[in-house]
Design a protein around this ligand. Structure first.
Ligand SMILES: [Zn+2]
Length: 474
């Protein structure tokens, strides 16, 4: 298992797959395009879940669970929605040995089935806002799949809310976008650009979509989460009305938002190196691994005793003591590096004598001596420093590979060469957007919120009110 991963420079895509497999995050399933999330990868997902779930609860959302199957007729109720998802649907036509009267769709997302219930539950202004979240799996029949990044079935959370006014729904969509941004930057240590999507990139059925975009080490963008303002599109399709305080009957205003196991792909591609995975300490299933070193039974007894003391002092830190006898310390170092554990403690007979341990950081490889006295504080500080350094490093990389471009030839040259995030003026026309995509494979990743001075569209020269971010994307 401890073979080296393919270097990033040699083949970035193989490097990615090597890291996923060797770190034992996931494996290929017997069903084409599906994946098995292995315990180490699932523990990472559980940490992501726990952290996000606490944020959702703190902002008033409640978890619920809706069925995996959706009647086919439900999807047809919102025209853009069904058009957008039709090519990716998995459909159940038989059940219990019989042909079904109405085929069932395996959910690609749950707007339709959840809104069918909202129509029943919402009666008056007193029932609003209704703030629901669900953790579940969804299925989208993708043709080209990659572990975590694009699979037929994936895990995610989907939030669905209903509000009395457009302003409240808009505020909710922005609140969640901000919550995701904070999660990405503070927990995943991934800097993101937030903004609105263009018409062609928005969610099928939304009025507008907000998203987070992060830069991977191959300088491509990855969308790490989306939050949609749905307006009254689904409310009208599903007749979700409420009695106002003034006794009028009105349609509700809605949002939906989601973040999936895809972000694990982002963590791998933003932080990993040629040794393998590097996990941000806040989400790492194992934050510290303790590797003992001994050459005799006498030394083993001494070291084990000292390790017990170390473990007792680590309350709250997620650690693993690797005392497997069949592997050498060097072999273990390599394995835990591949698995991206942020901090390693080495402890041998000489360290025991000096009442110290050796600390090794995964992000920099830096070694230092730490006295047993006050070890927990030192470890917590080191984990925090690794967390911050990962963020700083990713931000510096993104800055180094971002350009303000005003000339289309230069724009094309960058995209054909190193790639990156290109901040350029765009007139707002779908035609220019499509031509740019055709000619360079770059899409508009985000229309940032900051107001900017006007300029000229990079493609046609018409007036533009602000720069948008172009990049090739996953
Ligand atoms: Zn244009």
């Amino acid at each position: 298992m401890s073979m080296k991963v393919t270097p990033r420079e040699e083949d970035y895509s193989r490097w990615y797959t090597d890291v996923v497999l060797k770190a034992e995050l996931a494996d290929y399933a017997p069903v084409r395009g599906c994946m098995i999330i292995r315990p180490y990868g699932y523990a990472l997902w559980e940490n992501i879940q726990e952290t996000l779930d606490a944020k959702f609860r703190a902002t008033g959302h409640k978890n619920a669970y809706f069925p995996l199957f959706i009647p086919e007729s439900f999807l047809a109720k919102e025209e853009e929605h069904v058009e957008g998802f039709a090519p990716q649907l998995a459909v159940v036509t038989h059940g219990g040995g019989k042909k079904l009267e109405e085929p069932l769709i395996v959910r690609p997302t749950s707007e339709t089935i959840i809104n069918a219930m909202f129509a029943k539950w919402i009666r008056s202004w007193r029932d609003l806002p209704l703030l629901i979240n669900q953790w579940c799996n969804v299925v989208r029949w993708e043709l080209r799949t990659r572990l975590f990044l694009r699979t037929l079935e994936f895990l995610w959370q989907e939030g669905h809310t209903a509000h009395a006014t457009a302003e409240e729904a808009e505020e909710e969509a922005r609140r969640i976008l901000e919550l995701y941004r904070e999660f990405a930057e503070k927990e995943m240590a991934i800097p993101v650009i937030v903004g609105r999507k263009s018409e062609s990139e928005k969610f099928a059925g939304a009025v507008h979509t907000y998203a987070l975009e992060a830069m991977m080490q191959d300088r491509k963008a990855l969308q790490a989460g989306t939050s949609h303002f749905l307006g009254q599109n689904f409310a009208k399709a599903f007749e979700i009305t409420y009695q106002t305080r003034g006794n009028r009957l009105e349609y509700v205003w809605q949002t939906s938002w989601g973040l999936s196991t895809r972000v694990i792909g982002a963590i791998i591609m933003v932080h990993g190196d040629d040794q393998g995975l590097i996990l941000p300490p806040r989400l790492a299933p194992i934050q510290v691994v303790i590797v003992p070193i001994w050459r005799s039974d006498k030394q083993e007894a001494e070291v084990r005793k000292a390790v017990e003391g170390v473990k007792d002092g680590l309350g709250g830190v997620r650690y693993e003591f690797d005392d497997r006898e069949t592997y050498t310390p060097g072999w273990k170092f390599n394995e835990w590096e591949q698995k991206g554990v942020p901090l390693r403690i080495e402890i041998g007979p000489r360290d025991v004598g000096k009442r110290q341990v050796v600390l090794v950081r995964r992000d920099t490889g830096e070694k230092s001596i730490a006295p047993l006295e006050g070890l927990k504080g030192r470890i917590e500080a080191s984990l925090e420093e690794v967390q911050k350094n990962l963020y700083r490093r990713a931000l510096a990389f993104r800055e180094e590979n971002s350009y303000q471009v005003d000339d289309y030839e230069e724009f094309r040259r960058i995209l054909e060469g190193p790639g990156g995030f290109l901040w350029a003026h765009w007139c707002g026309s779908a035609e220019c957007e499509a031509k740019i995509k055709e000619e360079t494979k770059a899409t508009i990743r985000a229309i940032p919120f900051q107001e900017e001075e006007g300029g000229r569209c990079i493609r046609c020269g018409e007036t533009s009110i602000q720069r948008v971010v172009f990049a090739k994307a996953y």
